[in-house]
Design a protein around this ligand. Sequence first.
Ligand code: ZN
Length: 149
Amino acid sequence: MAECEICGKPLLTQRKARIDGVVFTVCESCLKLGEEMPVIMPVVRKNALPKPIVGEDCVLIENFGEKIRGERQKRGLTQEELASKISERASLIKKAEQSIELEENVIKKLEKFLCVKLYEKPDAFIPKGREEHAVLTLGDVAEIRRKRA
Ligand SMILES: [Zn+2]
């Protein structure tokens, strides 16, 4: 059995505490000596929500340049006109339409102005919890189908 790294008492529950910058496995009473650290549990909580999508996890979609050009042409705007609408230089629009990656703030402005999604979340970033949820959902669908039949 694991022992408390501070007082040596056998541990019933393993808690982690940071004491003077070092993380120890400690008992309940020694926990108070430091700052409690979250213990990563191997069990996935059923009701755990998928993490919100954050900027750096997203990548530009393939052919975002075509998308931008298509949306611009739909609006009957020239590259210069679109550029002035979002207060950027026409040369940036030209680059964007060639699918050359631009600064995030320029892309965001284009997304907003053209009402299109230019960033996507790569599959690799889908949290484990969501997969489990998808399986459950498929099960539910099958259940519904059985009832209808
Ligand atoms: Zn202890």
